[in-house]
Write a protein of this length. Sequence first.
Length: 362
Amino acid sequence: MSGSIAVEYTARRPGTRLRAGARVVLCAAVSWYLCLWWGTSTAPVPAALPAVLILREDMYAWPRMGWERLAGVVVGVLLSTVVLHWLPDPAWSFPAVLVSGCAGMYLMGRPGAPNQQVLITALMVYATAVPGYPLARLEESLVGIAVVVLLGPLLWPPDPYRSAAAGLDGYRADVRELLGGVAGRLERGLAVRGPVALPEQARVWLRPQAARDAFERAAGARPVLGRHRAGRRPPDGLDGRLVLAVRTALTLQYFSEELRERARASRGSGTAGVEAGEGAGAAEAGDPTLRALAPLVRATGAALDAALRGAEFTAELDRARALDLAHREAHPARHDAVLRAGLHLTHEALADHAPGAGPAGV
Protein backbone atom coordinates (compact mmCIF):
# COMPACT_ATOMS: atom_id res chain seq x y z
CA MET A 1 0.00 0.00 0.00
CA SER A 2 2.77 2.33 0.72
CA GLY A 3 3.51 3.42 -2.83
CA SER A 4 -0.06 3.66 -4.04
CA ILE A 5 -1.04 6.68 -1.97
CA ALA A 6 2.08 8.64 -2.88
CA VAL A 7 1.43 8.32 -6.58
CA GLU A 8 -2.33 8.92 -6.61
CA TYR A 9 -1.80 12.67 -7.15
CA THR A 10 0.26 12.12 -10.31
CA ALA A 11 -2.21 9.48 -11.48
CA ARG A 12 -4.97 12.12 -11.59
CA ARG A 13 -3.28 13.94 -14.46
CA PRO A 14 -4.69 12.89 -17.87
CA GLY A 15 -1.20 12.44 -19.34
CA THR A 16 -0.20 10.04 -16.57
CA ARG A 17 -3.36 7.98 -16.98
CA LEU A 18 -2.86 7.89 -20.74
CA ARG A 19 0.72 6.64 -20.41
CA ALA A 20 -0.31 3.98 -17.90
CA GLY A 21 -3.10 2.78 -20.20
CA ALA A 22 -0.81 2.77 -23.23
CA ARG A 23 1.77 0.75 -21.28
CA VAL A 24 -0.82 -1.91 -20.46
CA VAL A 25 -2.11 -2.05 -24.04
CA LEU A 26 1.36 -2.34 -25.57
CA CYS A 27 2.55 -5.04 -23.17
CA ALA A 28 -0.66 -7.04 -23.56
CA ALA A 29 -0.53 -6.76 -27.38
CA VAL A 30 3.13 -7.78 -27.58
CA SER A 31 2.50 -10.79 -25.32
CA TRP A 32 -0.58 -11.81 -27.33
CA TYR A 33 1.12 -11.69 -30.74
CA LEU A 34 4.27 -13.37 -29.47
CA CYS A 35 2.19 -16.34 -28.34
CA LEU A 36 0.29 -16.38 -31.64
CA TRP A 37 3.60 -16.44 -33.47
CA TRP A 38 4.85 -19.19 -31.15
CA GLY A 39 1.66 -21.16 -31.71
CA THR A 40 0.73 -21.82 -28.09
CA SER A 41 -2.99 -21.35 -28.83
CA THR A 42 -5.35 -19.34 -31.00
CA ALA A 43 -6.51 -17.14 -28.09
CA PRO A 44 -3.59 -16.68 -25.64
CA VAL A 45 -5.53 -14.79 -22.97
CA PRO A 46 -3.16 -15.83 -20.12
CA ALA A 47 -0.38 -14.02 -21.96
CA ALA A 48 -2.24 -10.70 -21.87
CA LEU A 49 -3.39 -10.95 -18.25
CA PRO A 50 -0.02 -10.12 -16.59
CA ALA A 51 -0.02 -6.68 -18.23
CA VAL A 52 -3.43 -5.96 -16.75
CA LEU A 53 -2.77 -7.41 -13.29
CA ILE A 54 0.89 -6.54 -12.68
CA LEU A 55 1.51 -3.11 -14.19
CA ARG A 56 1.07 -0.45 -11.54
CA GLU A 57 2.61 2.95 -10.90
CA ASP A 58 5.11 1.36 -8.51
CA MET A 59 7.64 0.11 -11.05
CA TYR A 60 9.77 -1.51 -8.35
CA ALA A 61 7.00 -3.98 -7.55
CA TRP A 62 6.69 -5.35 -11.10
CA PRO A 63 9.44 -8.02 -10.90
CA ARG A 64 8.22 -9.30 -7.53
CA MET A 65 4.61 -9.46 -8.71
CA GLY A 66 5.70 -11.17 -11.92
CA TRP A 67 7.62 -13.91 -10.15
CA GLU A 68 4.80 -14.41 -7.66
CA ARG A 69 2.33 -14.82 -10.49
CA LEU A 70 4.59 -17.24 -12.37
CA ALA A 71 5.13 -19.33 -9.24
CA GLY A 72 1.35 -19.43 -8.68
CA VAL A 73 0.76 -20.60 -12.26
CA VAL A 74 3.38 -23.35 -11.96
CA VAL A 75 2.02 -24.62 -8.66
CA GLY A 76 -1.59 -24.42 -9.87
CA VAL A 77 -0.81 -26.44 -13.00
CA LEU A 78 1.06 -29.06 -10.98
CA LEU A 79 -1.70 -29.37 -8.39
CA SER A 80 -4.46 -29.84 -10.93
CA THR A 81 -2.41 -32.23 -13.09
CA VAL A 82 -1.43 -34.44 -10.16
CA VAL A 83 -4.95 -34.53 -8.71
CA LEU A 84 -6.50 -35.42 -12.08
CA HIS A 85 -3.91 -38.16 -12.57
CA TRP A 86 -4.50 -39.83 -9.21
CA LEU A 87 -8.19 -38.97 -8.72
CA PRO A 88 -9.96 -39.08 -12.09
CA ASP A 89 -13.40 -39.31 -10.45
CA PRO A 90 -14.94 -35.80 -10.40
CA ALA A 91 -16.62 -36.57 -7.08
CA TRP A 92 -13.16 -36.63 -5.47
CA SER A 93 -10.98 -34.64 -7.83
CA PHE A 94 -12.81 -31.30 -7.63
CA PRO A 95 -12.81 -31.08 -3.79
CA ALA A 96 -9.15 -32.09 -3.83
CA VAL A 97 -8.25 -29.38 -6.36
CA LEU A 98 -10.27 -26.79 -4.44
CA VAL A 99 -8.75 -27.61 -1.04
CA SER A 100 -5.17 -27.95 -2.29
CA GLY A 101 -5.53 -24.77 -4.39
CA CYS A 102 -6.75 -22.78 -1.38
CA ALA A 103 -3.92 -24.14 0.75
CA GLY A 104 -1.33 -23.28 -1.89
CA MET A 105 -2.84 -19.81 -2.33
CA TYR A 106 -2.22 -18.92 1.31
CA LEU A 107 1.05 -20.82 1.72
CA MET A 108 2.61 -19.07 -1.27
CA GLY A 109 1.15 -15.65 -0.55
CA ARG A 110 2.35 -12.80 1.60
CA PRO A 111 0.63 -11.61 4.81
CA GLY A 112 -2.64 -10.06 3.76
CA ALA A 113 -2.04 -10.89 0.07
CA PRO A 114 -2.65 -14.55 -0.83
CA ASN A 115 -1.35 -15.76 -4.18
CA GLN A 116 -4.73 -16.18 -5.87
CA GLN A 117 -3.11 -17.36 -9.08
CA VAL A 118 -2.55 -20.81 -7.53
CA LEU A 119 -6.27 -21.50 -7.09
CA ILE A 120 -7.32 -19.75 -10.32
CA THR A 121 -4.85 -21.73 -12.44
CA ALA A 122 -5.69 -25.01 -10.73
CA LEU A 123 -9.40 -24.53 -11.41
CA MET A 124 -8.85 -23.40 -15.00
CA VAL A 125 -6.67 -26.42 -15.79
CA TYR A 126 -9.21 -28.70 -14.11
CA ALA A 127 -12.11 -27.21 -16.08
CA THR A 128 -10.35 -27.12 -19.47
CA ALA A 129 -10.23 -30.74 -20.60
CA VAL A 130 -8.05 -30.00 -23.65
CA PRO A 131 -4.81 -31.90 -24.27
CA GLY A 132 -1.81 -29.62 -23.96
CA TYR A 133 -3.67 -26.82 -22.15
CA PRO A 134 -1.55 -26.99 -18.94
CA LEU A 135 1.67 -26.56 -20.92
CA ALA A 136 0.14 -23.80 -23.06
CA ARG A 137 -0.95 -21.89 -19.95
CA LEU A 138 2.55 -22.14 -18.53
CA GLU A 139 4.10 -20.90 -21.76
CA GLU A 140 1.66 -18.05 -22.23
CA SER A 141 1.98 -16.91 -18.62
CA LEU A 142 5.76 -16.99 -18.91
CA VAL A 143 5.67 -14.88 -22.09
CA GLY A 144 3.28 -12.33 -20.57
CA ILE A 145 5.32 -11.97 -17.39
CA ALA A 146 8.61 -11.69 -19.30
CA VAL A 147 7.19 -8.93 -21.50
CA VAL A 148 5.87 -7.01 -18.48
CA VAL A 149 9.14 -7.26 -16.54
CA LEU A 150 11.45 -6.59 -19.50
CA LEU A 151 9.44 -4.18 -21.64
CA GLY A 152 7.31 -2.44 -19.01
CA PRO A 153 10.14 -0.43 -17.39
CA LEU A 154 11.15 0.91 -20.81
CA LEU A 155 7.72 2.41 -21.49
CA TRP A 156 7.40 5.79 -19.72
CA PRO A 157 8.74 4.57 -16.36
CA PRO A 158 7.19 6.36 -13.37
CA ASP A 159 9.57 8.73 -11.59
CA PRO A 160 9.54 7.94 -7.84
CA TYR A 161 11.02 11.35 -7.06
CA ARG A 162 8.13 13.03 -8.85
CA SER A 163 5.69 10.72 -7.06
CA ALA A 164 7.25 11.58 -3.70
CA ALA A 165 7.09 15.31 -4.44
CA ALA A 166 3.45 15.01 -5.55
CA GLY A 167 2.56 13.10 -2.39
CA LEU A 168 4.26 15.76 -0.27
CA ASP A 169 2.35 18.56 -2.02
CA GLY A 170 -0.90 16.68 -1.52
CA TYR A 171 -0.20 16.24 2.18
CA ARG A 172 0.67 19.93 2.52
CA ALA A 173 -2.59 20.97 0.84
CA ASP A 174 -4.65 18.56 2.96
CA VAL A 175 -3.09 19.69 6.23
CA ARG A 176 -3.50 23.36 5.30
CA GLU A 177 -7.20 22.74 4.63
CA LEU A 178 -7.61 20.67 7.78
CA LEU A 179 -5.92 23.14 10.15
CA GLY A 180 -7.60 26.12 8.50
CA GLY A 181 -10.97 24.45 8.94
CA VAL A 182 -10.23 23.58 12.57
CA ALA A 183 -9.15 27.14 13.38
CA GLY A 184 -12.18 28.63 11.68
CA ARG A 185 -14.61 26.44 13.56
CA LEU A 186 -12.87 27.09 16.87
CA GLU A 187 -13.14 30.84 16.28
CA ARG A 188 -16.88 30.48 15.63
CA GLY A 189 -17.37 28.13 18.56
CA LEU A 190 -18.47 25.20 16.39
CA ALA A 191 -17.87 21.50 16.84
CA VAL A 192 -14.72 20.11 15.26
CA ARG A 193 -15.53 17.97 12.28
CA GLY A 194 -14.46 14.34 12.15
CA PRO A 195 -13.07 12.14 9.37
CA VAL A 196 -16.48 11.72 7.70
CA ALA A 197 -17.04 15.46 7.33
CA LEU A 198 -13.51 16.18 6.11
CA PRO A 199 -13.03 14.04 2.98
CA GLU A 200 -10.35 11.36 3.32
CA GLN A 201 -9.04 12.90 6.54
CA ALA A 202 -8.15 9.47 7.84
CA ARG A 203 -5.84 8.93 4.85
CA VAL A 204 -4.05 12.26 5.21
CA TRP A 205 -1.72 10.84 7.83
CA LEU A 206 -0.68 7.88 5.63
CA ARG A 207 0.49 9.95 2.66
CA PRO A 208 3.83 11.25 4.01
CA GLN A 209 5.18 7.77 4.73
CA ALA A 210 4.08 6.53 1.32
CA ALA A 211 5.85 9.48 -0.30
CA ARG A 212 8.92 8.79 1.83
CA ASP A 213 8.92 5.15 0.70
CA ALA A 214 8.82 6.24 -2.95
CA PHE A 215 11.75 8.57 -2.35
CA GLU A 216 13.82 5.89 -0.64
CA ARG A 217 13.24 3.41 -3.45
CA ALA A 218 14.56 5.94 -5.94
CA ALA A 219 17.41 7.17 -3.73
CA GLY A 220 18.55 3.59 -3.14
CA ALA A 221 19.24 3.35 -6.88
CA ARG A 222 17.84 -0.15 -7.00
CA PRO A 223 17.61 -0.98 -10.70
CA VAL A 224 14.71 -2.87 -12.23
CA LEU A 225 16.47 -5.55 -14.29
CA GLY A 226 19.49 -3.31 -14.56
CA ARG A 227 17.52 -0.22 -15.56
CA HIS A 228 17.38 3.06 -13.71
CA ARG A 229 17.87 6.64 -14.73
CA ALA A 230 21.53 7.48 -14.50
CA GLY A 231 22.25 10.81 -12.91
CA ARG A 232 18.69 11.24 -11.68
CA ARG A 233 18.66 13.63 -8.73
CA PRO A 234 15.85 14.56 -6.34
CA PRO A 235 14.65 18.15 -5.96
CA ASP A 236 16.72 20.13 -3.47
CA GLY A 237 15.58 19.63 0.10
CA LEU A 238 12.93 17.05 -0.75
CA ASP A 239 14.36 14.44 1.62
CA GLY A 240 14.30 16.77 4.62
CA ARG A 241 10.78 17.98 3.85
CA LEU A 242 9.59 14.37 3.65
CA VAL A 243 11.11 13.68 7.06
CA LEU A 244 9.26 16.71 8.41
CA ALA A 245 6.01 15.54 6.82
CA VAL A 246 6.31 12.08 8.40
CA ARG A 247 6.97 13.56 11.84
CA THR A 248 4.17 16.11 11.67
CA ALA A 249 1.68 13.53 10.43
CA LEU A 250 2.07 11.80 13.79
CA THR A 251 1.92 14.94 15.91
CA LEU A 252 -1.02 16.52 14.10
CA GLN A 253 -2.97 13.28 14.08
CA TYR A 254 -2.56 13.20 17.85
CA PHE A 255 -3.70 16.83 18.10
CA SER A 256 -6.77 16.34 15.90
CA GLU A 257 -7.86 13.22 17.76
CA GLU A 258 -7.35 14.87 21.16
CA LEU A 259 -9.28 17.94 20.00
CA ARG A 260 -12.22 15.83 18.87
CA GLU A 261 -12.20 13.93 22.16
CA ARG A 262 -12.19 17.23 24.03
CA ALA A 263 -15.10 18.53 21.95
CA ARG A 264 -17.00 15.27 22.40
CA ALA A 265 -16.50 15.40 26.16
CA SER A 266 -17.73 19.01 26.23
CA ARG A 267 -20.90 18.09 24.35
CA GLY A 268 -21.54 15.10 26.57
CA SER A 269 -21.11 17.04 29.80
CA GLY A 270 -23.64 19.78 29.20
CA THR A 271 -25.20 19.81 25.75
CA ALA A 272 -27.19 16.65 25.46
CA GLY A 273 -29.67 16.99 22.66
CA VAL A 274 -27.73 19.64 20.72
CA GLU A 275 -27.30 18.50 17.15
CA ALA A 276 -23.89 18.62 15.50
CA GLY A 277 -23.81 21.05 12.58
CA GLU A 278 -23.01 24.59 11.58
CA GLY A 279 -25.20 25.95 14.36
CA ALA A 280 -24.15 23.43 17.00
CA GLY A 281 -21.30 23.48 19.47
CA ALA A 282 -22.73 25.44 22.39
CA ALA A 283 -20.35 23.80 24.82
CA GLU A 284 -17.34 24.59 22.64
CA ALA A 285 -18.51 28.21 22.31
CA GLY A 286 -18.32 28.55 26.08
CA ASP A 287 -14.88 26.93 26.37
CA PRO A 288 -12.25 29.69 26.37
CA THR A 289 -9.45 27.15 25.96
CA LEU A 290 -10.72 26.02 22.59
CA ARG A 291 -11.49 29.54 21.36
CA ALA A 292 -8.03 30.76 22.38
CA LEU A 293 -6.48 27.82 20.53
CA ALA A 294 -7.54 29.13 17.08
CA PRO A 295 -4.66 31.63 16.54
CA LEU A 296 -2.16 28.99 17.63
CA VAL A 297 -3.58 26.50 15.13
CA ARG A 298 -3.44 29.08 12.33
CA ALA A 299 0.15 30.05 13.11
CA THR A 300 1.24 26.43 13.30
CA GLY A 301 -0.44 25.68 9.98
CA ALA A 302 1.24 28.67 8.31
CA ALA A 303 4.68 27.66 9.58
CA LEU A 304 4.23 24.07 8.47
CA ASP A 305 2.90 25.06 5.05
CA ALA A 306 5.93 27.28 4.44
CA ALA A 307 8.36 24.61 5.64
CA LEU A 308 6.86 21.92 3.42
CA ARG A 309 7.08 24.30 0.45
CA GLY A 310 10.75 24.88 1.21
CA ALA A 311 10.16 28.54 2.02
CA GLU A 312 11.30 30.59 5.03
CA PHE A 313 9.22 29.66 8.06
CA THR A 314 11.20 30.70 11.15
CA ALA A 315 9.19 33.90 11.68
CA GLU A 316 5.92 31.95 11.59
CA LEU A 317 7.40 29.33 13.91
CA ASP A 318 8.49 31.99 16.40
CA ARG A 319 4.98 33.43 16.33
CA ALA A 320 3.44 30.01 16.87
CA ARG A 321 5.76 29.32 19.82
CA ALA A 322 4.89 32.67 21.37
CA LEU A 323 1.18 31.87 21.04
CA ASP A 324 1.84 28.44 22.54
CA LEU A 325 3.54 30.03 25.54
CA ALA A 326 0.72 32.55 25.96
CA HIS A 327 -1.90 29.79 25.80
CA ARG A 328 0.06 27.75 28.33
CA GLU A 329 0.17 30.68 30.76
CA ALA A 330 -3.51 31.50 30.30
CA HIS A 331 -4.68 27.86 30.51
CA PRO A 332 -2.28 25.92 32.76
CA ALA A 333 -4.60 22.98 33.50
CA ARG A 334 -3.29 19.49 32.82
CA HIS A 335 -5.94 18.65 30.23
CA ASP A 336 -5.12 21.86 28.37
CA ALA A 337 -1.46 20.85 28.25
CA VAL A 338 -2.48 17.51 26.77
CA LEU A 339 -4.53 19.31 24.14
CA ARG A 340 -1.56 21.49 23.18
CA ALA A 341 0.94 18.62 23.12
CA GLY A 342 0.40 17.74 19.45
CA LEU A 343 0.99 21.34 18.37
CA HIS A 344 4.01 21.66 20.66
CA LEU A 345 5.57 18.53 19.16
CA THR A 346 4.87 19.94 15.69
CA HIS A 347 6.85 23.04 16.68
CA GLU A 348 9.72 20.82 17.82
CA ALA A 349 9.73 19.03 14.46
CA LEU A 350 9.77 22.38 12.67
CA ALA A 351 12.63 23.60 14.84
CA ASP A 352 14.64 20.49 13.98
CA HIS A 353 13.99 21.17 10.31
CA ALA A 354 15.07 24.82 10.50
CA PRO A 355 18.33 25.77 8.73
CA GLY A 356 21.31 25.14 10.97
CA ALA A 357 19.40 22.84 13.30
CA GLY A 358 21.36 19.77 12.20
CA PRO A 359 20.02 16.41 11.01
CA ALA A 360 16.68 15.30 12.38
CA GLY A 361 15.60 11.74 12.86
CA VAL A 362 12.29 10.29 11.99
